[in-house]
Design a binder for this molecule. Sequence first.
Ligand code: HEM
Length: 422
Amino acid sequence: MITSAPDFFSDPDVITDSKSYFDLMRSQGPIKREVYHGTLMVTGFAEALEILNDKTGLFSNACSVVGPIPGLPFTPQGSDIRSQLDAHRGELPWSDHLVCMDGKRHQEHRMLLGSLLTYKRLKQNEEYLNSLADRLIDRFISTGQCSVVSQYAHATTIYAISDLMGIPEDDRAELLELIGAPPSQIDGDAVHKVGPDPLIFMKPRFDEYLRDRLDNPRGDLMSDLIHAKFKDGSTPDFDIVSGLARFLFGAGQDTTSRLIAMAILILGENKSLQQRLQAEPARIPDFIEEVLRYDAPVKVAYRLALADTRLGEVEVSAGTILTVCYNAASNDPTHFEHPECFDIDRPHVRDHMGFGRGVHGCLGAPLGRMEARIAIERLLARVTDIRISEDHHGPEAERRYRFEPTYTFRSLAELHIQFTPF
Ligand code: HEM
């Protein structure tokens, strides 16, 4: 239990127990300046929504991925830093990618990608996902145990997006290795020194896939992407398309994988919920939503205030970085009754911040939801009495779960279960 505010961005206890940290910050107000890096921690649901839904362009996504730690490449001056940001934007980590874009540029790129992730395309992917889950379960079911992250969750998500995009079967296992776990954000500062395109290492391979589809469309998402046009009919540059393809490939892997792992952890700890979902599989989507509210894979995202403003009682000066704490907002007792209770019957079960909100809300949410639903449906259809492995995680009263050392993601490093096959 955390009782005095540690450094969110470096303390290992916060990585293990982010809930207590968020509760502590929220008890001091829905927007509170933390003392170590000067960022404003936004933990209230209404306050987070106000920032995410802002229509005035006051809050930029320029530092959305890495937040306050690398610092801005300029010293904010005056009451409006828009021109300073314009001059230095390209120096910020991840600035080439959709999630860090703002305004018209962001809108154009998002529409291009969004138009491809259609319901019809996801439906086509559904059959593959069902058979994939069964094939993965076949590999471990007879042993009565599973290392969930490595044997099930990770493989589900990489193969799912690969199938959707049209990545050749032979390349998938290697890409799974390459993507790996999220890099540590608390050991050293390598992760903060990334440039505008940290996914550049995948560029040659994705360029090749896309070039190949220029003349030989194959009905997959990359074929549509390379032939897609902006709303005004113009054709995007090849490098823009390549960046979007790489971001799409990277964006939904670890997040969805850790959602699946957290869902299985919660099932392993709650036998009656397991039995209920086995009896009522139609409630699995609500279960997934409640996992996204209760303990979602993306803990926080960041926004940069472009001009002096005020949020409730708090003065916000231009250049301030806001840490929008999605997992705190999704557990705000002024918005959710008994947020500490895991309850798939709560009203408006989708009313959480697990996928963010507003113009940058997750584009892949329908896919993430479908992958997680199918992974849980197939597991519960084939095994029963899922138990957390005491050898790996300790006895029930003294569980130990290890999380990847990242302050942005809630990322179970490993999860070992035992079960009885049907
Ligand atoms: C359950 C798994 C997932 C979770 C929890 C999740 C969460 C999020 C969140 C919180 C954001 C907003 C970031 C911000 O506010 O700055 C986001 C953005 C995004 N996500 Fe996801 N995501 C998931 C799966 C996926 C998948 C499967 C894909 C792609 C196939 C995807 C693609 C994207 C993209 C492209 C954006 C950027 C949208 C924009 O900036 O306009 N995500 N995601």
